[in-house]
Structure formats: C-alpha cells, structure tokens
Design a binder for this molecule. Structure first.
Ligand code: SAM
Length: 189
C-alpha cells in the first residue's frame, strides 16, 4: 500500500510528531531508558528525527511508503524473536486503513507490546465543526483517494475488541493551534 507522501518528514502539522515539544512529552511519559518503540506509519524524518531518546532506547519504523526510511514495510515482517516493545505509536495512520485491516493491525500491535506497554493513537477527529469540514474538503479535493474516518469512540471500540482494557485521553500531546484537531488516546492492557 502506498499513500504517495514521497518521504516528507511529517505529513500533518497537527500530528504529535510534528513538534519538538509534543515529541518531548511522548518521550518523557512513555519512553524510559532502554525502551523499544514501534512507530507504525512513521518516518525517519518525523518523530525519530525530533526525539531526544534516553540511553539505550530505540525506534523501529513500520511503513509501506517507499523513501520514508522504514525498517520494515509491514508489521508482520518484524521477527517474532525480537523482544517486545514498550510503546507503539500510530499517528495519523488509521484514516488510510479500512476497518478490517485496521483491527488486524491493532491486534498485531498489541501482540508486539510487552506487559504494561502502551499503544498511543493520534488521529484527526472527524467529529465537530472543523473535523467535519476536513472530511468534506478531503472528499472534494482528493476524490481519487478513499479515507476511513474513525471517531474517538470507534477507535476505543476497536482497541477494546483486540484486548486493550485501559484508556487515557491525552489532549495535551496535541500541538497547540494546529488543525485539524486530533484525538489522542493511550491504550494499555
Ligand atoms: C499522514 S502519514 C503520518 C506520518 C507520521 N506518522 C506523522 O505523524 O506525521 C500516514 C502514513 O501511514 C502509512 N501507512 C498506511 N498504512 C499503513 C500500514 N498498514 N502500516 C504502516 N504504515 C501505514 C502511510 O504510508 C503514510 O506514510
């Protein structure tokens, strides 16, 4: 699957990966020394380039997009012999994935987390005035592309369905004043 972003650093200025300050908060709260981090749909010039990681921490990028500096194209290509991850991130990715494939991806991400691990989801919120306008603008200006808009409630339902049991809303990880508004959810189990 290719989304045609051509390897740009960060694709959406409202993603937590787009600002040093929000990246620093993610590092502070979810990436201890030695942690292994999975950036699903990430890029080498996005979160990874901005993050000042504690000693021994590392980031693995999963992305089918050519030219973004991914370690593997598909999450299923990560060797099962590798140690599990402390944190998996899915920032601005769900909208490109149909529900069935997304549920499978969320389930695989959970399997790759260690006990106590967290999946951090950030996604444009299709609800509310700005979110609804963004959905319509995408339909009008990119009619050749299919987007899958998931509300925060739908995201929680899918995450629950694959075994996540604990949720925390993290609106503070949203870059200030950037549009469209994202919802940000930390899911644990
Ligand atoms: C809008 S970009 C978000 C990039 C980055 N996470 C950020 O915060 O800016 C969406 C990315 O998701 C990737 N993507 C789409 N489907 C994916 C999948 N099944 N697994 C991993 N990455 C995927 C696309 O290739 C694209 O690079």
């Amino acid at each position: 699957m290719s989304s045609g972003f051509g390897g740009a650093g960060v694709f959406n200025p409202a993603s937590p990966s787009s600002h040093d300050s929000t990246v620093a908060l993610v590092v502070r709260d979810y990436i201890p020394p030695g942690a292994r981090v999975l950036d699903i749909g990430g890029t080498a010039r996005g979160f990874k380039a901005r993050a000042v990681l504690p000693a021994g921490a590392s980031i693995t990028i999963v992305n089918p997009e050519p030219g973004v500096g991914a370690d593997v194209a598909d999450i299923s290509q990560l060797p099962l012999t590798e140690p599990p991850f402390h944190l998996a991130m899915l920032f601005g990715v769900m909208m490109y994935i149909p529900r069935e494939a997304l549920v499978a991806l969320l389930g695989t991400a959970k399997q790759r987390l260690r006990a106590g691990g967290v999946l951090l989801v950030a996604e444009p919120d299709p609800e509310g005035f700005v979110g609804a306008a963004e959905v319509w603008l995408k339909r009008i200006f990119t009619p050749h592309k299919t987007f899958h808009h998931y509300s925060a409630a739908e995201a929680r339902e899918m995450l629950r369905g694959v075994g996540f049991t604990r949720f925390q809303d993290r609106p503070d990880l949203r870059p200030k004043y950037r549009q469209p508004p994202y919802y940000i959810l930390a899911a644990g189990f």
